[in-house]
Design a protein around this ligand. Structure first.
Ligand code: KIV
Length: 268
């Protein structure tokens, strides 16, 4: 009898080393067991438990209300469905901005209570000390520069970021502070290419062009499950929202007309 060994979990050093090998990294968000299992079995290199769950799971207009306890709960669900992918977890708004000490405490809870493999936090130059403190505590950090959604009110909306000098400084700051990768969100494609060439860690783009070392998409955007708005950068690989609605309508109709359950769904 041959036993198929479980797939080997991707490590932080392996994820980081992909850039030098020229291997593109596929990252997708997930928030629960079932979606994480699908992403993992599909071959995602990393699953991000993103605070985008505030919008696509909780129905808020922004990610700001998401709490540390909520993301810990979702991370535990995701980890049960993951065998190969690296699981990176977003640090929610106001769980790291106050001080480097607060950042280590919050990131520590994500690693210790939730079981995260790494954390992600938003901001470049201004978050240098927080990234450094977490890394010094043994916590792998993914940075996030460009459009940082937790600063949506300060930025005046979910807008494309175009300040080349500021963004280069941000990307360098998170790399120098010890981040193993950096998300680059909503910047022109040529600037995404510039940032990718400027740093030695993988850039994971979302609306940052094809030159990035990897890409990340929100699960619900990728599958057409989120109808409130569609960001320009999100490619829909399926229209599961429409397919789900059609299936649910069929169920409701069959219950009402008495054709469900049929004999094969009933016990003798
Ligand atoms: O919260 C999230 O899903 C994210 C990605 C969009 C990068 O931060």
């Amino acid at each position: 009898m041959s036993v198929v060994p479980p797939p080997k979990q991707i490590t932080v050093p392996e994820f980081r080393a992909a850039k030098a090998k020229g291997a593109k990294l596929a990252v997708v968000t997930a928030y629960d067991y079932t979606s994480a299992r699908l992403c993992d079995e599909a071959g995602a290199d990393a699953i991000l438990v993103g605070d985008s769950l505030g919008m696509v799971v909780q129905g808020h207009p922004t990610s700001l209300p998401v709490t540390l306890n909520e993301i810990i709960y979702h991370t535990k669900c995701v980890l049960r469905g993951t065998r190969r992918a690296l699981v990176v977890v977003d640090m929610p708004f106001m769980t790291y901005q106050v001080s480097a000490k607060q950042a280590v405490r919050s990131a520590g809870r994500l690693m210790k209570e939730a079981g995260a493999h790494a954390v992600k936090l938003e901001g470049g130059v201004r978050m240098r000390a927080a990234v450094r403190a977490c890394v010094d505590a043994g916590i792998p950090v993914m940075g996030h520069v460009g459009l940082t959604p937790q600063a949506v009110h300060q930025l005046g909306g979910f807008k494309v970021q175009r300040d080349t000098d500021a963004l280069l400084a941000d990307a360098h700051a998170v790399e120098e502070a010890g981040a193993f990768a950096v998300v680059v969100e909503s910047v022109p494609a040529d600037l995404g290419a510039k940032l990718t060439a400027a740093v030695g860690i993988p850039t994971i783009g979302i609306g940052a062009g094809a030159a990035c070392d990897g890409q990340v998409l929100v699960y619900h955007d990728l599958l057409g499950l989120f109808a409130d708005f569609k960001p320009k950068f999100a490619k829909r690989y399926a229209d599961l929202g429409a397919a789900t609605k059609t299936a649910l309508e069929s169920y409701c109709r069959e219950v009402r007309e008495g054709s469900f359950p049929a004999a094969e769904h009933s016990f003798k």
